[in-house]
Design a protein around this ligand. Structure first.
Ligand SMILES: [Zn+2]
Length: 267
């Protein structure tokens, strides 16, 4: 029973396929896991696979500059309604007439919140920035506007929600920043490390057999230590451009996150 659950794909939404990317020639990763145009994807997938409440934002240290060439396209953007030049980057809503702007898929999630593209997030006030955007983009604010602008607001608001949910969770953030590098994470790729699978099985059995919250919390503490370890491993591998190692770390994180979710359900 546990094994079946263990191998269940996270979500079909995660398995969106993209055209091949140049990294395919240098990485030993199946072509189906590679996609192109890391700065232009509008894939929305994060909310489906990490529901846990814990987090360890800010515990990792590295910085990587990505997608720097695309900002030039935004220089001459104007409001579709009042024609005022874009006052902010990214330009999601006009400060002059308050019109919500069409989605620009070249703007990535880090740019939405004015963040440097890196796995580590510290003192970022992500939640505050998210709430600020929703005050400007929420569909309720444009209920009396044109159908066109209602559509813009619905799309922008949904995208900001997805961006927030993606960046606020380490696993989702790791997968997303890999994607920006052109490396897709394939949840169907099996792990062949027997000792790791045995460890996961033992933890899951311990969770199933736990009879009180104290025991569950002890197990959860160990699981979260494992998550921090693999998160750090991901950070190191990603910073070094070792994307295969980074993917392995994300795979491990995925298993521990699932176990943590099981613990949360029992608590
Ligand atoms: Zn305007």
């Amino acid at each position: 029973m546990w094994k079946k659950n263990l191998w269940t794909p996270l979500s079909p939404i995660l398995r969106r396929r993209f055209p091949s990317f140049s990294l395919n020639s240098t990485l030993n990763i199946p072509s189906s896991t590679i996609f192109s145009s890391p700065c232009s994807s509008t894939a929305q997938y994060s909310r489906v696979f990490w529901s846990s409440s814990y987090d360890f934002l800010g515990s990792l240290k590295f910085s990587r500059k990505l997608c720097s060439a695309q900002s030039a396209e935004q220089v001459h953007v104007r409001c579709w309604n009042c024609k005022a030049a874009a006052q902010t980057t990214p330009f999601l809503a006009c400060d002059s007439c308050r019109s919500v702007q069409p989605v620009d898929p070249s703007v990535d999630y880090f740019q939405i919140f004015g963040l440097e593209k890196k796995y580590e997030l510290e003192d970022n006030n992500l939640e505050g920035k998210y709430k600020d955007w929703q005050k400007k983009l929420h569909p309720d604010l444009v209920h009396s506007k044109s159908e066109e602008e209602k559509e813009y607001a619905a799309e922008q608001s949904a995208r900001v929600i997805d961006a927030y949910q993606t960046l606020s969770k380490p696993l989702a953030r790791a997968i997303y920043i890999l994607k920006l590098e052109g490396v897709d994470f394939d949840e169907e790729q099996t792990i062949s490390d027997i000792s790791f699978l045995a460890e996961i099985m033992e933890i899951r059995e311990a969770v199933e057999e736990a009879v009180n919250s104290e025991t569950l919390l002890q197990i959860q503490s160990q699981v979260q230590e494992k998550l921090k370890h693999w998160s750090q491993s991901f950070s190191n591998a990603f910073q070094s451009g070792k994307f295969e190692e980074a993917v392995i770390s994300v795979q491990r994180m995925t298993y521990y996150v699932r176990v943590n979710d099981e613990i949360m359900k029992k608590l």
